[in-house]
Write a protein that binds this ligand. Structure first.
Ligand code: PLP
Length: 383
């Protein structure tokens, strides 16, 4: 496939804004915005929404998402409103006993920490945080190694991301999954800061659950997300009882023949009102485009943009994860002491360079609407 060129013309971002902040909120593609408006308008003429529409669009969306993740069975995908919701479902159905442990990372995103703290409290288990290594050189490698060391035969769950939301460190989920599975535990991934922009192959990594908020790298609306649940969750119980999750709910006339059986696979875990008539067509349009670009293509495009500026930022004393332990879509820059963060933020504001400050790192997130001039402006602010 030929390398991507700038796709900025497909978005509505103004030319004077350098938006390096998809990790905060992805902008809408023009096609996605149009799909959302179309969905909104349908609600003004509700006779246009048929009973079949409650299911057919969701099915289409799940098939596209399964394709993105290399999942054979789209029934393993559930619509969720947030990462925390999808994780709560995983927590409710994860077997864990008193004295066992749940491994998470230092400064992991709170939705993927509070969920496990509550479960551990309820079950008398331990939440085991894996610290960020202090060394700067070889940090990513050392962090991956200490995660492996933290997993023991009492580990019931490893709950972590593919890349760290603040500094972009990438983890070897295949090796971590192997170790936790050998211990009889589950691998539960928050893919919110990676899926869509970084390749994720479920058949290769074998997570037991993979939950993603959809408004960042999946370029969808807010209050929308997607969750994959593997075999470990096939016979679980949802966190709420909505009518669509029961067997044969497509038959509107038979809905009050109350049905004790859930649908198969992950179909039992969908949020109530999963057939969101605005977010669903938006997500379909976004996924169609992401599948055309491919996450590999997005990574390559971002790599081309980052190469020179990252070298220049290193020369200015900024520290970032080495390439082997990060993606190109999300990079955290740790500042040298001589750079004053407040002054730098004032320069960013003046130059309309939009980035995030997370912890003590400046987070740069890059997508196919970014161009070389965005990084020229970023560098000028540092200089
Ligand atoms: C890694 C990660 N997970 C999840 C979320 C959002 O969580 P929720 O969908 O529970 O609001 C964010 C938001 O920034 C995030 O960075």
């Amino acid at each position: 496939m030929s390398p991507l060129s700038s796709q900025k013309y497909k978005f509505s971002l103004p030319n004077d804004i350098s938006y390096l902040n998809c990790a905060y909120m992805g902008p809408l593609l023009q096609t996605v915005e149009a799909a959302g408006i179309e969905g909104l308008k349908k609600k003004s003429q509700p006779y246009q929404i048929s009973p079949a529409d409650f299911f057919s669009e969701v099915e289409k969306l799940k098939r596209l998402y399964a394709q993105l993740l290399n999942v054979d069975e789209s029934q393993r995908i559930a619509i969720v409103p947030s990462t925390s919701y999808g994780l709560a479902t995983a927590a409710k159905n994860s077997p864990i006993k008193k004295g066992q442990n749940i491994v998470v990372l230092d400064e992991q995103f709170p939705s993927n920490v509070y969920t496990w703290q509550r479960l551990a409290e309820e079950k008398g288990a331990e939440v085991r945080f894996v610290d960020t290594p202090k060394n700067i050189v070889g940090r990513g490698k050392a962090w991956n190694e200490s995660i492996l060391q933290a997993i023991d035969n009492q580990t019931a769950i490893v709950a972590m991301p593919h890349v760290h939301w603040a500094d972009g460190t990438k983890y070897d989920l295949k090796a971590i999954g192997k170790k936790v599975h050998a211990a009889g535990g589950l691998l539960i991934i928050d893919g919110t800061q990676s899926v869509g922009a970084l390749p994720f192959d479920v058949a290769e990594i074998k997570p037991d659950a993979l939950v993603c908020g959809g408004y960042k790298w999946l370029l969808g609306g807010y209050s929308f997300g997607l969750a994959y649940y593997g075999e470990a969750f096939d016979n679980g119980t949802p966190i709420e009882e909505n009518w669509t999750n029961r067997l044969d709910s497509e038959d509107f006339r038979g809905l009050v023949n109350y049905q004790p059986k859930y649908k198969s696979f992950a179909n039992r875990y969908a949020v109530g009102q999963q057939s969101h008539f605005i977010n669903t067509p938006m997500a379909i349009a976004a996924l169609n485009q992401i599948l055309e670009w491919t996450p590999e293509g997005i990574q390559r495009y971002a790599e081309g943009l980052l190469k020179e500026p990252m070298g220049a930022l290193q020369n200015l004393g900024c520290i970032m994860e080495e390439e082997a332990f990060r993606g190109n879509h999300l990079v955290g820059l740790h500042l040298p002491e001589h750079i004053n963060l407040e002054k730098l933020q004032a320069r960013f504001a003046a130059e309309k360079v939009i980035v995030s400050v997370r912890g003590n790192a400046i987070r740069i997130s890059t997508h196919v609407y970014n161009e070389a001039q965005d990084f020229e402006k970023l560098l000028a602010c540092f200089r």
